[in-house]
Structures are given as C-alpha cells and as structure tokens.
Design a protein around this ligand. Structure first.
Ligand SMILES: *Cc1c(COP(=O)(O)O)cnc(C)c1O
Length: 431
C-alpha cells in the first residue's frame, strides 16, 4: 500500500500555516523533527486513520494516547450522543461528575478525592499548586526528559545528567517561574538522595512520569521508585505521579498499580476523556482538603466536568472493566517488540526497544536507554528515515524519536503482521 501521495494534505498544510502558527494547534503534530508534511486526517475507524488524500494508515498514536479501544467505539459515541441531547454544558453540578469521581477512586485507590479539569496541563499545574499550598513550601523536583504539559514551572531545560537549578527552556517563561524547580536525571537514586539531603525541607513536591513516554519510552528501575517514595515520606514532600499518559494504559490502576507504589497525588488525562478534553488530579484526602471551596488553594474551570466529556470518560472506564484489555495489549506489545527486534537484527540495525505493555519506543542507538542523556544518543536522522519509510507504507507512528507509540486493544494480529513487514522493509532501506 503506497501512501506517499499527499497532495491534498500539502495544500491544506499551506492553507493552515497562513493563520495557525506552523499550521498546527499543538507542536507535536507538525513534522518538525522528521521533515515533510503531516497527513491531514479526515476520519478514524477502529485501528485506522484515513487522510484527505484517501490513504489509510494503521494508527499507533491513538490521538497521543486516548483511544485505548480505537476510533469511534460505539459505546463511547453512544454515551456522547446521549449526553449531548440533554445539554452540552450547565456550569452546575451533575450526577455524572460524582459517578466519574467514584469510578476513578475505585480504579486508582490513592485518589481519595478527585477534581476534574480540561487537560493534562491543567491537572499537573493544579497538582503542583495544591502540593505547594499543602506543604507551605515552593520547591519542586522534576526529571530531565519528563514532560508534564506546558506549565511554566515545569518547562525547564534538562541539564544533561547534571544536578542543575532549572532555567526555562521556552522564551516567555520568566526565570522566576522556574527558580524553585530542581531538575534531576531520571533513574538516578544517588542524585535524588543528594538533592533531598541538601534541600528536602524546601521541597513541596516531586513530579514524574512513572513510566516515561515523553523522551521516548523509558522504564523506571525499582530502586528509583522505592527511593522516591522513601525520601518523600522522610521529608514530608508530596509525591506526584503524572499518569496522564500511563493512567488506564498500563493497567486499570495505572503505573502505580503495576509497580505497587502509592503516590500522594496523581494526575490523569488522555484515556480518561476517551477523546474529549479531560484531565483530573487528586490524591490523599488530607491534601485535597486544601482545594477551594473546602480549602484556600484556588482552582476552577468553566467547562470542568463537562457532561459530554464525563459521559465519554465513564463509558471508557466501563469498557475497561468489561473487557480487561491489558492481557491483549501486552500480547500485541510483545508481538511488535519481538518483530521489530527481529527485523532490525535481520538488517543489521543497532536499536534499543523500551516497552511497558502497549507503550513502546524503538531507539536508534546501540546503548541501553534509561534517561535523557542515553535517549539523546539516538540517531534521529535514521529514525526520521525509518519513520517516513513506515508512513509511506501506511503505518502511522509518532513523528519523533522521543515519543512512545501506543497500541489499542482492537489492533488485529494482521495489523501487527502488516506493520512488521513494513518495518523490515523500512529498516532495509536505511542501508
Ligand atoms: C500529554 C501529557 C501531559 C499534558 O496533557 P495535555 O492534555 O496535552 O495538556 C502531561 N503529562 C504527561 C505525562 C503527558 O503525557
């Protein structure tokens, strides 16, 4: 299947770029890192996306995570339609919000209290504010390579491996906004101990992706996570798991269930909204008591808890409970991992594959990848060529070496087989 003709996408991309910066409403969608024109999508169905030129792609992005059961799942469409017919937004409390909060707390028991917001960015921004209000401290620790949305205090350059005081990585973020942000390398318990020894009493929170997706897939070591938990307990620092990506993807209870670590606060998004704009934050009741109107930490949203979004999210959580998709996701993930490995070996391409369940990245490097420094050693030029080789054969992967691909529970064995034969040809073309 040749999907390289994208004339109509090219026309639309030029048109969009006249009025929208870079032609896109989120930079991850532009092909900045890999070059070329992104296909403009017209329709999604199950595991497939169809662009405006009539090309079909097997979708391994799933809207960057949300579509755990593929596009247009009938139960989710029905839920949205049902909610829509009785009103799109009330700005007043509804039963669906209580229902959603109960289900989240049931599936992620560390979230004793839950507040709904409209994006992952809002969730992490709010969680940081609440942790600061609760502890009366300002300092936060984030890890190089972790992404937590475009929150000012979290948009901090990754000082490669070094223990650096954060400086903003985006113009427009004042130095003051990141002055209290400490950046540490991921998977380095020793650096963590040093940071807590020096300034534990100043630290309101540590925030991390408990499996990283945003520098490509990077897996935490068990001693990194257990040391984090221990040090936060010792110093009264709030441990925040940013599960916007991993929540409901790695297990029904997220990465925290998978690894058996209970964070103090958790942020959710992506799958929780089933394709509508939803985020959530929550955690220990004594911490969440500080949120307005019970407490004094202010956080609000005109459309928060929107009825269509709640209906979609509840339908998603229903689907997860009814189908337990995780064994199948693990099976599909393992098939892809082994197939990619085999194809790379057959064509003599040195690669690393990091995977947890249905999150996976193929890194073009000969060395294991466990933090930003090792991820950055990847050959991004090779990745770009491999990416386009797959795209031109109808396989839609994230357009950057430093993103994770997502598998849905409705990808078929035939989809995987087709993907692997395309991947093998794309590897061979790299020579
Ligand atoms: C996507 C993502 C965010 C940001 O969510 P948005 O809905 O894009 O604002 C935050 N944290 C993690 C781990 C993410 O993957």
């Amino acid at each position: 299947m040749d999907t390289s003709v994208r004339t109509e996408s090219e026309r639309l991309f030029k048109r969009a770029a006249q009025r929208i910066p870079g032609g896109v409403n989120s930079p991850a969608r532009a092909f900045g890192a890999v070059g070329g024109t992104p296909p403009f999508m017209k329709r999604g169905d199950g595991a497939y996306l169809y662009d405006v030129d009539g090309n079909r792609f097997i979708d391994y992005i799933g809207s960057w995570g949300p579509h755990l059961f593929g596009h247009r799942h009938p139960m989710i469409l029905q839920a949205i339609q049902g909610a829509m017919e009785v009103g799109t937004s009330f700005g007043a409390p509804t039963e669906a919000e209580a229902e959603m909060a109960e289900r989240v707390a049931e599936m992620v028991p560390s979230m004793e209290r839950v507040r709904m917001v409209n994006s992952g960015t809002e969730a992490t921004m709010s969680a940081i504010r609440v942790a600061r209000g609760f502890t009366g401290r300002s300092g936060i620790v984030k890890f190089a390579g972790c992404y937590h949305g475009h929150v000012d205090s979290l948009l901090v350059a990754a000082g490669s491996g070094a223990l650096t005081l954060g400086c903003p990585s985006s113009p427009g973020v004042p130095a003051g906004a990141t002055a209290d942000t400490l950046v540490l390398p991921y998977n380095d318990p020793q650096k963590l101990r040093e940071a807590f020894a020096a300034s534990g009493h100043l630290l309101a929170a540590v925030i991390l992706e408990p499996v990283v997706g945003n520098m490509g897939c990077v897996v935490p070591t068990p001693d990194f996570l257990s040391e984090l938990r221990r040090l936060c307990d010792l110093h009264g620092t709030v441990l925040i798991f940013d599960e916007v990506m991993t929540g409901f993807r790695l297990s029904a209870g997220g990465a925290q269930q998978l690894f058996g670590i209970r964070p103090d606060m958790t942020t959710l998004g992506k799958i929780l909204g089933a394709g509508l704009p939803v985020g959530a934050y929550g955690g220990r009741a004594d911490i969440m008591q500080h949120v307005s109107p019970v407490g004094r930490v202010y956080q609000a949203g005109t459309l928060s808890g929107n009825p269509m979004a709640m209906a979609a999210g509840i339908a998603m959580l229903d689907l997860i409970r009814q189908h337990n998709p995780y064994p199948r996701l693990e099976q599909l993930g393992a098939m892809l991992e082994h197939g990619f490995r085999h194809a790379a070996t057959a064509t003599n391409q040195p690669i690393q594959i990091n995977r947890v369940g249905s999150m996976l990245t193929v890194f073009f490097t000969a060395q294991p990848v466990h933090d930003l420094a090792t991820a950055s050693a990847s050959d991004t030029g090779k990745f770009s060529r491999w990416f386009h080789g797959l795209l031109n054969r109808g396989i839609y992967l994230p357009c950057s070496q430093f993103e994770a691909m997502f598998i849905s529970a409705i990808h078929s064995d035939a989809d995987i087989a087709h993907t692997l034969s395309a991947a093998q040809q794309a590897f061979a073309d790299l020579k």
